[in-house]
Design a binder for this molecule. Sequence first.
Ligand SMILES: C[S@@+](CC[C@H](N)C(=O)[O-])C[C@H]1O[C@@H](n2cnc3c(N)ncnc32)[C@H](O)[C@@H]1O
Length: 211
Amino acid sequence: MDQGLKGALSLAGQDACQRYYQSWADSYDSGFAREMEYRLPAHVAAAFLGAGGSGPVLDVGAGTGLLAERLREMGFDGEIDAADFSAKMLARAAEKRLYAGLYRADITQPLALPRRYGGIVSSGTFTSGHVGPEALPHLLDMALPGALVALSINRRVWTSVGFDRALEQLTAEARIADLRLPEVEVYGAAATALDADHAGDRALVALFSVV
Ligand SMILES: C[S@@+](CC[C@H](N)C(=O)[O-])C[C@H]1O[C@@H](n2cnc3c(N)ncnc32)[C@H](O)[C@@H]1O
């Protein structure tokens, strides 16, 4: 396996993160995702579709497009757009021809995308060294009322960077409703031999409706 995951989880700041993914893009699917049996995109896709999710969908921190691949495999045939701040990750995603629109954007900042999405999904982007809860209001700004949102949040950062409090606050402000938090495994059994520190990582899939 390449050394991608360990470095990725200890990134400090948006610039470092963006640079890291620029150089990881070519080996992300065949190295990290295949060798670690990376399951998170499948869990997010299943949670979104199982809760009745529909399009148009925005895949946030879409990377090379693994979540769109899983959505298509599970039968979703609606429109999917991708947002990511790494041009090289988006270039890999574009090759798969699964996305209608590909947008280079930093989701920690307000996005210049219209409020037109019936679904917002994300896998692997809300984790150590990546994106914190400050991005949540920007995502809500692009969602239609009643939109379904399914975002993976790594257990390691759930309370430490305040996702629990941010989602509680959005619920209290009646901006989101029906919050559910199924817990899933991030990797498969093969990960144990490759990265014992992270093989057992778990994530919550924050599944909620936009009010
Ligand atoms: C672990 S990868 C996940 C990619 C894909 N969703 C998957 O599950 O394979 C995290 C992705 O988030 C993107 N990313 C990280 N911080 C971001 C930010 N602030 N704005 C937009 N994209 C970001 C990275 O470029 C990378 O493609």
